[in-house]
Design a binder for this molecule. Structure first.
Ligand code: SAM
Ligand code: SF4
Length: 455
């Protein structure tokens, strides 16, 4: 049995007796999942999803503020909605998530056509707020400064019916000097292990095949449990859920990765051999200024340990270029490090000043043109490395979880390897979304692999 995907619509006409909502989500997987919890509440009070922006009754934007570019895009989107509000004054427009938590009532000042602002700690209040606005027609600001210890349970609808996101902890205690997340998501709070296992068991029974455990820093899971359980214990417990085929997790911090977690992944059956370990910089001087809590030597040993235990593991990372004080020499150290480690992939970002964080007022801010030039250099280098690593997979037969037809062409199927590489192949006809199949790779590219279904 699979759950219906309410975010997929195939109707042409709307029923005038029903109220409809639509959503826009910016940012990370945690935000994507929060949107599922927001949509679930709207459904519970009678709203149905629609993608017909001009005729919906409620528009919800779930926001991100990790980089200035995201914020600019979101304010642009909010501005576009003015036209819709002018044409239909009854439409409710709501802004939720990290930017809502940060900007609070400023959002009403910048965009008076917004009806409610909902902070990251207030997600569970959405259904009550919508009912209130429908009755009073007054705008609502709901932004608590602090979270309840655990996010209250709310009805959730899932995007898709094969892979599901499951938050295991909320917030972050790390205070990397460039990052706004601890200020808008609060301190670390771990969910009880049994609750998580129960939710995953239920998802397996509903037909989901792949689970991604979510948190800002998943491997510090359980640090607030008084020693009762840790991340490795959770992985082991989830590995034992029979109905699930694959387990992923996102994001782990290098400092909190340890032998126990690596051994649990090596010895498990369902935990995928993919380590996303954001290093951020290859310079010890910059890492210190970033307050990352490790040096490059430590990181290199960690990579060695992972590769010794799990030789076919893929390792990916995040990198920030142009952090304050990053000279050409220090940037060169990052280039040298990526050549040495040979990551399967790297997500690269221009350092973005976030007001209120320590790095925003550090001296020696790097000019935008220099940042862009460095980003290009890193991307060029990394693309070559990714391609060379993927080329080694040509002629290999890999296990792939079928996700469905590719976005652009129904005759091409798409899935992922355990190492999180995207695979495309010509549809044969019997491969169904959610199935594990084997694909022999014929052509490797930088970001994906192409192949044919095989036995
Ligand atoms: N908690 C995760 C970790 O520490 O690896 C990452 C969460 S953060 C939302 C995702 C990525 O955004 C980070 O790894 C970092 O590379 C990037 N990032 C965060 N703040 C940034 C900033 N001010 N400018 C540029 N990139 C930033
Ligand atoms: Fe931000 Fe650092 Fe926390 Fe990641 S670990 S969310 S980069 S403060």
């Amino acid at each position: 049995m699979t759950k219906p995907d309410i975010f997929k619509v195939d109707y042409k006409e709307q029923d005038s007796a029903i109220k409809y909502f639509t959503t826009f989500t910016y940012g990370c997987q945690m935000n994507e999942h929060d949107t599922e919890r927001l949509a679930g509440q709207l459904k519970s009070i009678g709203y149905e999803y629609s993608d017909q922006l001009d005729s919906v009754n409620l528009i919800l934007i779930n926001t991100c503020c990790v980089r200035e570019s995201a914020e600019k895009k979101i304010y642009g989107k909010i501005g576009e909605l003015k036209r819709i509000k002018a044409a239909n004054p009854n439409v409710i427009i709501g802004i939720a998530g990290c930017m809502a938590q940060k900007d609070k009532e400023k959002i009403f000042k910048k965009a008076p056509h917004v009806d409610f602002v909902l902070g990251t700690h207030n997600i569970h209040e959405l259904s009550d707020i919508v009912k209130e606005i429908n009755n009073s027609k007054e705008s609502v600001l709901a932004v608590w400064d602090q979270a309840e210890r655990l996010a209250p349970d709310v009805p959730t609808v899932r995007k898709g019916n094969i892979s599901a996101w499951v938050p295991i902890m909320y917030g972050c205690n790390n205070f990397c000097t460039y990052c706004i997340v601890p200020y808008v998501r609060g301190r670390e709070r771990s969910r009880p292990l049994q609750d998580i296992v129960q939710e995953i068991t239920q998802l397996g029974q509903e037909g989901f095949k792949e689970i991604t455990l979510l948190g800002q820093n998943v491997n510090s899971y359980g640090k607030d449990s008084g020693g009762l359980f840790d991340f490795a214990d959770l992985l082991k417990a989830v590995d034992g859920v029979e109905t699930i085929e694959r387990v992923r997790y996102m994001t782990s911090h290098p400092r909190d990765m340890n032998e126990k977690v690596i051994a649990t992944i090596r010895d498990g059956n369902k935990i995928c051999e993919h380590f996303h370990l954001p290093i951020q910089s290859g310079s010890d001087e910059i890492l210190k200024k970033m307050n990352r809590g490790y040096a490059t030597d430590y990181y290199l040993k960690l990579v060695e340990q992972i590769r010794k235990n799990i030789p076919n593991a893929s390792i990916t990372t995040d990198l920030i270029v142009g952090f304050p004080g990053e000279t050409n020499e220090l940037f060169q150290e990052t280039l040298d490090l990526i050549k040495l480690v040979k990551f399967d992939a790297a997500y690269t970002f221009l350092y973005s000043k976030r007001s209120g964080t320590p790095a925003a007022t550090m001296p020696d801010q790097v000019e935008i043109a220099v940042k862009k030039e460095r980003l290009q250099q890193i991307m060029n280098e990394q693309n070559e490395i990714s391609l060379a690593i993927n080329k080694k997979l040509e002629q290999q037969r890999l296990e792939v979880l079928v996700e469905g037809p590719s976005k652009n062409d129904e005759s091409i199927m798409m899935g992922r390897t355990r190492t999180n590489k995207i695979v495309l192949w010509d549809k044969v006809g019997f491969e169904l979304p959610g199935q594990l199949v084997n694909v022999t790779i014929h052509k490797a590219q930088t970001w994906l692999l192409k192949g044919q279904l095989s036995d």
